[in-house]
Ligand binder design. Structure first.
Ligand code: SF4
Ligand code: MSK
Length: 656
């Protein structure tokens, strides 16, 4: 931690914690106001080194047992558990928790879909019937000449299997390239149903059950795949069907989207149904009238974190910042209400909100917070909750006492590149396909594709690793796709505009300028990582880049990860065949058997593998090296010499 002496008081240098100017400004205000946030707590609370290495176990009352990470095979737990058993069990429980979070979210979307389809909910409708038909077809449902409602009923029944099925394979394995699926079948890791996989992990990690790290890792893969190709994919597809499939939109990001003369409401969390209803509530003429009577020029609805990322791409709602800015934004004093649902909601928000007279409102029965107001949200009567939230916000505006300081920073970026849009953008209306993307990879203009995703974490300088990594990748002609808080980091850094193509290498730049797209494509929230899986599957099916996802010149990274969801995401990318690099820290002791399996052995089984480094440049080097290795294996490594385009090539790229 970097501190400066100012008089007698030690003052934290905010630039040490973040490259986000607005967050740094708010950190300085927090110092002046005597308010503590997660950056301060991370600086004063050293991470437990044994826990950081995952070398401890508290799965039974004979322990907790602590092993020695420096000499990992010198000791075992009281029950005899080795370091590999302990680490793999801890890892498995992280996968289970992450998978549970995504699949429970997906199940909430499916609950809503069922009630809409059965006519029991009127406030939401099926918005994208084309997408409904596409998804139904992809799981083998007949659509020709059938009523939308009948297709929807069949789709509900089919997708419910993603969760409840006890034997067989989940529906979306239909989308997995044949060779990848063959590998999964051979290894016995095709998910049955998410509930079963999570239950089995919890059983296997109980004291005295699965005590072989290799067997445990198989169940990690099976459970994580039930997230990526299961719960997360259902969440994404059902959200698109109900609320619309995203297409690119230019939108403002950063704390400057708050407005001093308006009622400011922030929605933060992960489930789009709350946000969709809030959009309706802030349009209510009676509530707008009330806001005016209170002296406000209007009601300003703003997103944060992943639900923010979803409505950003569906409705062009401005976004105030990512995970490590959620406390900082309250320090502006300008936020009337922060309304939250589930996941990544720091408990510390309650205290900061209290300091500035902001209402922190929880809405989901799964997430109550001491000190917050709870107004429960029900899909059957959504506006009852969201109207009440707006009324609370107007009351706070009327009685504002906090000193307001809104950072001026606002960054415009283009977001909303669903996998369908990428196909359309590159292929044009009449020949929408991944062929031009594959062609440009084969001819070397695009070296490969990288998914850069995930959280921000106060243990590293906010946004720094994301931004430096992405700059390095695009400079080397790697097209970057993004989700979640990482996408917002790059948007704040100005890299989600088509103009930022000037920072790309010559090949990628030429493609971006021809199509008019940024070199960094924001595609949505963390469950929308499933869109990257679908894009990978499409690239394989389109041809020319091998037979399985593991053959593709692609790589993934979560440079500033913090949540168990990120571990589940990492494991499903690895199990799908993708080299995936994490930053910050990795819960493992190097050079153990479990380490060698995750970081090398899985690739030999035909899957992907893990990588780790906290350094963005080393991370870029590792990812590019992997992409080049795959290009060589495909026999397309020589093609990168030729980057000039002829007319026929250009025509292929033209958007019709
Ligand atoms: Fe210790 Fe074994 Fe109990 Fe874990 S399961 S706490 S290693 S005795
Ligand atoms: S919100 S999981 S901090 S991406 Fe999805 Fe951001 Fe990570 Fe939460």
């Amino acid at each position: 931690m970097e501190k400066e002496k100012k008089g007698k008081k030690e003052v934290i240098n905010s630039r040490y914690f973040t490259t986000c100017e607005a967050t740094a400004q708010m950190l300085e205000k927090a110092e002046r106001d005597g308010v503590e946030i997660a950056f301060h707590r991370a600086a004063s609370m050293k991470a437990c080194p044994i826990g950081a290495d995952s070398a401890c176990c508290k799965h039974c009352a004979m322990g907790p047992c602590r092993l020695n990470a420096k000499d990992p095979y010198s000791k075992v737990g009281v029950c005899g558990a080795t370091i590999d058993t302990i680490m793999s069990r801890n890892f498995a429980r992280m996968v289970a928790a992450g998978c549970a979070a995504h699949t429970d979210h997906g199940m909430s979307m499916l609950d809503l879909f069922r009630e809409v389809v059965n006519g029991k909910i009127q406030d939401y409708k099926i918005k994208d019937t084309l997408k409904l038909e596409e998804v139904a077809k992809s799981v083998g449902i007949e659509t020709d000449g059938r009523e939308v409602i009948d297709i929807a009923k069949d789709l509900y029944k089919e997708l419910e299997r993603t969760y409840t099925q006890i034997e067989g394979e989940i529906p979306f394995v239909n989308r997995v390239p044949e060779k990848t699926l063959e590998t999964w079948r051979k290894l016995g890791i095709v998910p049955r149903g998410a509930m079963r996989e999570i239950m089995e992990i919890m059983h296997r990690t109980h004291m005295g059950v699965d005590q072989h790290y290799e067997n445990m890792t198989k169940q990690c893969s099976r459970t994580a795949l039930a997230d990526g190709w299961g719960g997360s994919m259902v969440a994404t597809e059902i959200s698109d069907i109900l609320f619309g499939t995203p297409s690119p939109v230019a939108i403002e990001v950063n704390m400057g989207v708050l407005k001093e003369d308006q009622v400011n409401i922030i929605v933060h969390g992960h489930e789009p149904n709350l946000f969709e209803s809030m959009i309706e509530s802030v349009k209510e003429s009676t509530l707008l009238e009330e806001a005016k009577k209170a002296g406000a020029k209007g009601i300003n609805l703003v997103g944060m974190c992943c639900s923010g990322a979803e409505v950003l791409v569906r409705h062009g709602i401005p976004h105030a910042g990512n995970f490590m800015s959620t406390e900082a934004v309250l320090i502006t004093g300008a936020v009337e209400v922060m309304c939250v649902d589930v996941q990544c909601i720091k408990q510390g928000l309650a205290k900061v909100a209290d300091c500035y007279g902001t209402y922190l409102i929880t809405t989901n029965p799964r997430c109550h917070i001491e000190g917050a107001i709870h107004i429960e949200f029900h899909d059957h009567d959504p506006k009852k909750c969201t109207d009440e939230v707006v009324i609370k916000a107007i009351t706070r505006f009327k009685n504002r006492t906090a000193k307001i300081e809104i950072p001026k920073r606002r960054d415009i970026g283009v977001h909303g590149f669903s996998h369908e849009y990428i196909q359309y953008m590159l292929g044009g209306t009449f020949r929408s396909s991944y062929t031009p993307l594959n062609d440009n990879i084969i001819n070397g203009r695009i070296r490969g594709v990288a998914g850069v995703v995930g959280c921000t974490n106060p243990r590293v300088k906010q946004d720094y690793v994301h931004v430096e990594l992405v700059k390095e990748l695009i400079k080397n002609d790697v097209l970057v796709v993004q989700t979640g808080c990482s996408q917002i980091a790059l948007a704040k850094a100005g890299l989600t505009t088509p103009e930022s193509a000037v920072l790309a290498g010559p090949g990628l730049r030429e493609v971006c300028e021809t199509v008019g797209m940024p070199p960094v494509l924001g595609i949505g929230s963390c469950v929308d990582n499933s869109r990257i899986l679908i894009a990978c599957a499409e690239m394989v099916k389109t041809g020319g880049l091998g037979n399985s996802i593991a053959d593709l010149p692609v790589a993934g990274a979560a440079p500033e990860w913090m949540s168990e969801k990120a571990i589940s995401i990492g494991q499903y990318f690895v199990a799908s065949g993708v080299f995936t690099v994490f930053g910050v820290t990795f819960p493992i002791v190097e050079n153990t058997k479990f380490y060698n399996l995750l970081f090398d052995g899985l690739e030999k089984q035909g899957l992907g593998k893990w990588g780790f480094t906290p350094d963005p440049y080393e991370m870029a080097r590792m990812m590019i090296e992997h992409i080049d290795k795959k290009r060589k294996a495909l026999g397309i490594d020589k093609a990168r010499d030729r980057v000039l385009m002829d007319m026929a090539d250009r025509q292929k790229l033209e958007v019709a």
